[in-house]
Design a protein around this ligand. Structure first.
Ligand SMILES: [Zn+2]
Length: 452
């Protein structure tokens, strides 16, 4: 863990600080501030130029793509439209696992290693170069300014990623110095912990909260229950991310913090894909990210039709994410936004739906604490976790074709019991597919019984 942390800091944060000194992030951000107001076609022309440059770059420097292009006869110099991307295969997690090294550019700069989890099993490892960090920070910076929050403003991040969790104190110090950001680790939501979070938010008086809507609404409701105010702190916006934002959560958070709630869609793997503007639309970071919507057969769908989100991140020359399958569902809009920004719109996003689970002893845990266990197992293609009762949790698992399942049950049962308690019953069920929930198709769902 400490090794990972060191790489995280030396690979991402310190170069970022350097970049900030050299005004690279500042420059990218300044360009984005201007281009967001361009007519949509001009933005898409820029996007195409950047796509052409990325494809030529990876052809020259990334072994995986050099070989793929040679094998398939794909000529990056002949790309004339974003639709030409369709000649390339999708990049899946399995593909990244199988070609982890061949995906690195031979001239990559400042690669930082990231890991989607690590509770057990083989984690998904990928890399992010400094160019991408610069662009992702600039994209977030632009979006928060839509809500009157600037990069130097105080921010509290409600987060639960294991990278930060194991090393939160040091990450906090570095981030504090760099971005005036403070981290509240949101995996364990016992009353004591949550009361501590509430006290810290009151003390810190951030301009913005950023994090899981489930965790932030939980904190808000606990404050309400105790009669502690959160509406007098001058918070400008709560930015929700990483999981689906439900209407009831938006209402709760907005009411108790007395500020608007903005939705952000994206992840560490796929980048900051889209952010909500004050007119209520989710604008794609189109200068940096190509979004394709595909059907179940992998065919690209036109605007207005719902399907899986596939992204190509144009600032990933060091470790390319080209046609990366997110597993989330959305629709591309083709209408204009009343806010005047030309950035294209993503609608009806049905992302990861997570919830809390309750351990045997009554401790409330974020659903990710179980999700991380399953998503780090290479044999697992999709899953759903259902907590039937406090003493019985089911894991429904779709396996990768030809996967080795030896010891898989035991790994899942042991991992779940470590989180939930040694006495809980865990049933592991192998299924052909995960049935759709309500209107959407979720990759995973954590359901739980009432806490109290
Ligand atoms: Zn807008």
């Amino acid at each position: 863990m400490s090794d990972l942390y060191t790489r995280f800091v030396s690979g991402a944060l310190f170069p970022l600080q350097e970049k900030l000194k050299k005004h690279d992030t500042v420059r990218v951000h300044r360009d984005m501030e201007a281009s967001q107001w361009w007519p949509r076609q001009r933005i898409l022309d820029l996007q195409l130029k950047r796509l052409q440059a990325l494809l030529q770059d990876v052809a020259a420097h990334v072994p995986y793509y050099r070989e793929l292009f040679a094998r398939s006869g794909f000529d990056p110099a002949a790309v004339r439209s974003v639709a030409d991307l369709q000649a390339l295969p999708f990049l899946t997690k399995a593909e990244i696992r199988a070609h982890a090294d061949a995906l690195r550019a031979d001239n990559a700069a400042g690669l930082a290693r990231f890991n989607t989890g690590g509770s057990s099993g083989e984690p998904l490892i990928f890399f992010i170069g400094t160019e991408r960090v610069t662009h992702d920070v600039a994209a977030k910076w632009r979006a928060t300014r839509w809500w009157d929050v600037d990069i130097g403003d105080r921010e509290i991040v409600v987060w639960g990623s294991p990278i930060e969790l194991g090393t939160q104190d040091r990450v906090r110090l570095v981030r504090d110095a760099l971005m005036r950001t403070e981290l509240l680790p949101a995996f364990e939501m016992s009353d004591d912990k949550v009361d501590g979070f509430i006290a810290r938010i009151r003390e810190r008086r951030p301009k913005m909260l950023f994090g899981y809507p489930s965790a932030i609404s939980h904190i808000a409701l606990r404050a309400e229950q105790r009669g502690v105010r959160l509406d007098d702190l001058g918070i400008k916006v709560v930015f929700c991310t990483s999981e689906r934002l439900y209407d009831h959560q938006r209402e709760t958070i907005s009411r108790l913090f007395a500020c608007p709630v903005a939705n952000g869609y994206g992840g560490r793997d796929a980048g900051f894909i889209a952010h909500e503007c004050p007119s209520g639309n989710m604008h794609i970071t189109a200068e940096d990210i190509v979004v394709e919507i595909i059907d179940e057969a992998g065919r690209v769908l036109p605007p207005g039709q719902s399907g899986e989100i596939v992204v190509t991140h144009l600032a990933t020359r060091d470790y390319p994410f080209i046609r990366y399958r997110t597993g989330d569902i959305a629709t591309l809009g083709d209408d204009a936004c009343p806010c005047g920004r030309g950035l294209p719109i993503l609608k009806d996003i049905q992302g990861r739906s997570t919830d809390f689970v309750v351990a045997e002893d009554g401790t409330v845990l974020h659903g990710l604490s179980l999700i991380y266990i399953l998503r780090d197992i290479p044999a697992v293609r999709a899953f759903k976790i259902v907590q039937e009762t406090r003493s019985h949790t089911r894991a429904l698992i779709v396996l990768e074709a030809g996967a080795n399942t030896e010891g898989l049950d035991a790994t899942v049962i042991e991992g779940f019991r470590r989180r939930l308690g040694a006495g809980v019953e865990v049933s592991v069920e192998f299924v052909e597919s995960i049935p759709a929930e309500k209107s959407g198709k979720f990759r995973y769902v954590v359901s739980h019984v009432a806490v109290r």
